[in-house]
Design a protein around this ligand. Structure first.
Ligand SMILES: [Zn+2]
Length: 399
């Protein structure tokens, strides 16, 4: 179980409710992990602890404990989010999914101190919940059963009720969550704490991120190796789970570092610096047939500025003409099918390239026209910006 924090994520699953201005969502994959937890408690752990319980008692306690487990995860994420909000960073939503929770913290912390505080808040919450559940659980044991716990755990456990049983499990699970998340590899909380410390000591954010990301990749690979060993040598299917989490963590560790490199490479650039300034136009008076045969099919350009004299008045793309039946294309003008420039989605030439990249990638890499003072001066796609970044990586290292 882990928790991750990302930029703009996709909005999957169902919306539960909002709290502190943060939307809480549930991904469908939560059903899988919930079923796994309830099954392992109801059919495994609880019957072992309480051979005398009825099936209804096992399953109801298991469902209750499962729900409280997700409430604990949510508390962990909320705790990151509220600290982030205190540092003025927006958190639009938290999504619970297969591997835990994701709080979408909109931007990176600006100082190592803020990064440290935001990162440590989650594990501290899990630790506090662990102490809380363990304390409540301890109330269920009197002196006699507590003494018995060491000699004959079976007999000691047999006497305690469903509520205390659930608290005992929740206490240990929250302690484990706190511990696991403090492993010093990105993107785990411990990796962020580690990065904040290296950043504070060296003053080098990029170096700190690279070290934390490398540690995260190593940790992910170790989990995968452990999972493989579990699967092959110990013939334990639980190994598959470790392999999945390990792969997921190592993938995110590398992805987050290259995302940071991208942001730093682009930080001082405007859209006009990364756009394609060489493009062709099509006159508004051209027929659709002429446009398709002599422009669209003769070039790799996807979006075409439409000109009326020297002025660009609209934009036309494949999607605007593909549905027009062949016989009608000769009698129809481009001006009739184009999108009006005033109403088409465009980017300002002076907008920040980092902001534009998010919008462009969200648009599925479709090209967007770049305008300055009402005139189209270029075209840009998300992949153009990424290509630009690949060829200018060294800029990230200049401060
Ligand atoms: Zn966390």
């Amino acid at each position: 179980m882990t928790d991750l924090r990302m930029g703009a994520g996709e909005r999957s699953g169902v919306r539960l409710f909002s709290v502190f201005g943060i939307e809480i969502r549930l991904d469908v994959s939560v059903a899988i992990i919930f079923a796994l937890i309830v099954y392992s408690l109801g059919a495994g752990l609880f019957p072992q602890w309480h051979p005398d319980w009825s099936p209804a008692q096992y399953w109801l306690t298991a469902i209750g404990a499962g729900l409280m487990f997700f409430a604990s995860l949510l508390a962990h994420e909320l705790s990151h989010s509220l600290v982030a909000q205190r540092f003025g960073i927006r958190v639009p939503r938290i999504t619970l999914f297969l591997f835990g929770g994701v709080a979408e913290i909109e931007s990176e912390a600006e100082t190592p101190q803020a990064e440290f505080a935001i990162a440590i808040a989650g594990p501290l919450m899990s630790l506090a919940l662990g102490v809380l559940f363990a304390t409540v659980a301890s109330l269920g044991f009197d002196e006699r059963t507590l003494g018995l716990l060491m000699e004959d755990p079976q007999a000691a456990m047999a006497g305690i009720g469903p509520g205390i049983t659930a608290c005992l499990w929740l206490g240990s699970v929250n302690f484990m969550l706190a511990l696991f998340n403090m492993i010093p590899g990105f993107p785990l909380d411990g990796g962020r704490v580690f990065r904040a410390i290296v950043w504070r000591v060296t003053g080098d954010h990029l170096l700190a991120s690279r070290l934390a990301s490398t540690a995260g990749r190593w940790f992910g690979w170790s989990l995968m190796a452990l999972g493989l060993w579990n699967l092959l040598a110990a013939r334990n299917l639980g190994g598959l789970w470790l392999i999945m989490i390990g792969w997921f963590l190592s993938h995110l560790a590398s992805a987050s570092y290259s995302q940071l490199l991208t942001q730093r490479t682009l930080r001082s650039l405007k859209v006009r610096d990364v756009m394609r300034s060489r493009f062709d136009t099509v006159p508004a008076s051209a027929t659709v047939e002429d446009f398709i045969e002599n422009y669209l099919l003769r070039s790799s350009q996807l979006l075409w500025p439409v000109t009326d004299g020297a002025r660009v008045v609209g934009l036309v793309a494949l999607a605007d003409v593909s549905d027009i039946p062949l016989p009608e294309r000769g009698g129809m003008r481009v001006s009739e099918v184009m999108a009006d420039l005033a109403r088409a989605p465009v980017l300002d030439a002076d907008a920040l390239a980092t902001r534009a990249l998010n919008a462009l990638l969200a648009a599925g890499d479709a090209p967007v026209a770049v305008v300055r003072e009402g005139q189209v001066v270029g075209l840009v796609r998300g992949s153009d910006v990424l290509r630009w970044v690949t060829l200018h990586r060294d800029l990230a290292r200049e401060v």
